[in-house]
Structure formats: structure tokens, C-alpha cells
Design a protein around this ligand. Structure first.
Ligand code: PGA
Ligand code: ZN
Length: 392
């Protein structure tokens, strides 16, 4: 029999192939052209992440249109939605890939918010306060897989320790501008990389020296080593150094100490739960030793990390695991064990601002982003809007 409700639904929810900030193909989902969701993609991708689109974005979009969307109800309880979604998309979203599963998961949440006339963060955070706005970890100087230069460190980040969110944003911008000025003063040519971070052809020392010199007051430095990218057959190939794990750990410790790093992401490669634990043991009281490729927002890998005391911070990227409910499960477990969640953009981004909303909704203390490109500042601007609403 002709089912009018199903027909309306099929017409209302649509998915499209679009392009991200790197002009790579990704997916947009929309409900009646009123509610939108877009999916990002990474370049320094952990082995254990859900693939973006196993057979390409065209096939993923077709699969969603034919096999997934017609069988789903939208605007329902998020956990129920995500569990139906996974049944249709294959275990761990193996048939659809994360581009399709994440946009549909986000779309469901956004339709729920739309139906309730609320912002996404209000669905989770019943008593939101200005204090729930995250600290920012802003990628400011780039290297590694995101940049064509000689610096093996993927990201040098800055974080402002000010209480007020708007001051944190200003500090982040001041840091960026003062790095630019210091490079200009030395007549060193620079540009921008995939994430809008400053790219110049300095080595890691020059880059960290400039960062240290450019800090505003109440400001600390962080680093995403993304060490998978320079690890091969048991050795770390860092610039012109080739190191075994022991030697490399000593080297990392010296960098953390010399540059007073507050935040250290993926200092060791993605299966090194024990080596990472040595760094937590040494620095965990004052600093965040954070796993990205180590955990890939996966609850089982986080449990392994908890058992080994491998990290006291975890990067949260919904597209690593494929849907919002599984992402929230990881955030909740991390918080319950005193592990700091850091919600993060990807290097291939869109103007989707859901991670900013979730930062406030799930009370995540840090958002990792950068400040100087439209698809990145869109998240900060969303937070600025929430900050203003909560300041009234
Ligand atoms: P990616 O990098 O989005 O290219 O994976 C970001 C990161 O490693 O944090
Ligand atoms: Zn990372």
C-alpha cells in the first residue's frame, strides 16, 4: 500500500555529495532544507578509525538514499536512532562509512532540537552556564602531514588560561598574530596549511622557539606530535633523527620540559599504550597527555588505556567512531575516570558547528580547532553566540 508518511520522509531527508575545506568529497544531509549536517574527514587518520567512505562518496550517498534513509525515523531518541542506524549501516558502520553515518546521526539530533525549538546544547545541558564554555586549543603553527615543510610536529597549539571565554578567543588570536609578526620581522616567508595554521619552513626547534616567544600572558603551549606519521618498523624518524623507543621517549621528555608544554597529543604511536603510560607517570599531575590515534574515540580502546593508565586526556572526534551516541559513551567514560575529553575538528572540515554545540552540551572542557579559516572560526563564532546568550 502507498505509505504517505514514508513518502514525505523520503522527500524531506536528503543526502548530497559536497566538498570539504580541502576540496575532498564528503557528505551533507538536510531535512526540508531547514536543518543541515555535514561531515569532516582527517588526513592523519588512525588505523582503527571507521573509514570515511569505503567505496567512495558517490556509492555511500547512493547507499544512504536507497538502503538507510527510507528505513529510519528522524527526530527520535538519539540512542535508539544510532542503534537503528548501525544495524542498517553494518557493524561499526562498515558498509556506509562515517561520512554518511555521522551526518545522519547529527541530523537526527538537530531535528530533535528543531522540533523542540532548542539549541543542540540545550538538549543535554539543562542548566547551561558561561562556565560550560570550553577552553580553546588553537592550532597555530603546523607541520607533519598537514603541511609541506620540514617540521615533523603536526601542530603547535596555544591555550589561554583566562576564565572568560571571550578573552580566551582574543588571546588565541593575539598569539596567532604575534607568531605572524615575529616571522615577518625576521623576513621568514610563511603561508597557511590545511587547518589554517601558520606554515613556514622552520624545523621543530625554530617553530617552538617562535611559539614560546609569541605567547600572551596566561597562555600555555601544546603539541600534537601525531607520531604515527614518522614511525616505521619500531623506529621514530623525527627530522634527521632516527630513534628507538627508549631514546625517543627521552627526547620527547626533553621537548615537554624545555618548552613547558601543557598539552601533549599522540607523543607515541597508536599501539604504544605502555610507552604513553610512562609519560603520564612522569607528567600527568600537571600536564595533559592525550590520545588521539591511540583511542580513536573508541570505548574499547579507551578501556585499554584506562587499564594501562596510558593517558589523562582523550581527543573526541565523532567521525572516528561513526555516530554521536558512541561518541558520548566515550566522553562519559573518560569523565568518570578523570580523563579530560578534548573535542576536536578534523583537518578536512566544513562549516558544520555541531562540535561547538556538543562542547557546551556535554560539558567538555577543551575544544581543539584553529582560528584563521572560515570552516574553523565558524565553531568559535557559534561558541561566541552561546557565550552571549548565556551572559544575559
Ligand atoms: P586529522 O588531524 O584530522 O588530519 O586526522 C588532526 C589530528 O591529528 O588531531
Ligand atoms: Zn591528533
Amino acid at each position: 500500500m502507498f505509505d504517505i508518511t514514508k513518502m514525505v520522509k523520503i522527500m524531506a531527508v536528503k543526502v548530497y555529495k559536497i566538498y570539504d575545506s580541502r576540496a575532498s568529497e564528503t557528505v551533507l544531509a538536510t531535512y526540508n532544507n531547514l536543518v543541515f549536517a555535514q561531515s569532516p574527514s582527517g588526513k592523519s587518520v588512525g588505523t582503527y578509525e571507521v573509514p570515511v567512505a569505503p567505496e567512495g562518496v558517490d556509492k555511500a550517498v547512493l547507499f544512504a538514499q536507497k538502503k538507510v534513509i527510507p528505513k529510519l525515523d528522524f527526530g527520535i531518541n538519539q540512542k535508539d536512532f544510532d542503534s537503528e542506524l548501525e544495524k542498517l549501516c553494518g557493524e561499526n558502520f562498515s558498509k556506509s562509512g562515517s561520512a554518511v553515518s555521522v551526518v545522519l546521526s547529527i541530523l537526527n539530533l538537530r531535528i530533535s532540537a528543531y522540533n523542540k525549538k532548542k539549541s543542540v546544547y540545550e538538549l543535554y545541558n539543562k542548566n547551561p552556564k558561561k562556565e560550560d564554555l570550553p577552553c580553546l586549543l588553537s592550532n597555530t603553527i603546523g607541520g607533519g602531514l598537514h603541511t609541506q615543510n620540514k617540521m615533523p610536529i603536526q601542530e603547535i597549539l596555544g591555550t589561554s588560561k583566562q576564565n572568560d571565554f571571550s578573552k580566551r578567543v582574543k588571546d588565541g588570536i593575539q598569539f596567532y598574530k604575534s607568531v605572524e609578526k615575529n616571522l615577518n620581522d625576521k623576513k621568514i616567508f610563511f603561508g597557511k596549511n590545511d587547518e589554517g595554521a601558520i606554515a613556514f619552513n622552520g624545523d621543530y626547534k625554530e617553530s617552538l622557539d617562535i611559539a614560546l616567544k609569541s605567547r600572551p600572558n596566561n597562555f600555555e603551549l601544546g603539541v600534537d606530535f601525531a607520531s604515527n606519521s614518522y614511525y616505521k618498523n619500531g623506529k621514530y624518524f623525527f627530522g634527521n633523527k632516527k630513534m628507538n623507543e627508549r631514546k625517543y621517549l627521552k627526547f620527547i621528555e626533553s621537548v615537554i620540559e624545555k618548552y613547558k608544554l601543557f598539552f601533549v597529543e599522540d607523543p607515541v604511536t597508536e599501539n604504544s599504550f605502555e610507552a604513553s603510560a610512562e609519560l603520564v607517570d612522569k607528567f600527568g599531575k600537571e600536564k595533559i597527555i592525550c590520545g588521539d590515534d591511540l583511542f580513536v574515540t573508541n570505548v574499547e580502546r579507551l578501556k585499554e588505556g584506562i587499564k594501562n593508565k596510558s593517558a589523562n586526556g582523550i581527543i573526541i572526534k565523532p567521525n572516528q567512531i561513526g555516530c554521536l551516541s558512541k561518541t558520548k559513551e566515550v566522553v562519559d567514560l573518560a569523565k568518570s575516570k578523570g580523563i579530560t575529553p578534548v573535542i576536536s575538528h578534523r583537518s578536512g572540515e566544513t562549516c558544520d558547528t555541531t562540535i561547538a554545540q556538543l562542547a557546551v552540551g556535554w560539558k567538555i572542557p577543551y575544544l581543539k580547532e584553529s582560528l584563521m579559516n572560515g570552516e574553523r572560526i565558524s565553531k568559535i563564532n557559534e561558541l561566541t553566540m552561546i557565550y552571549n546568550d548565556l551572559s544575559k
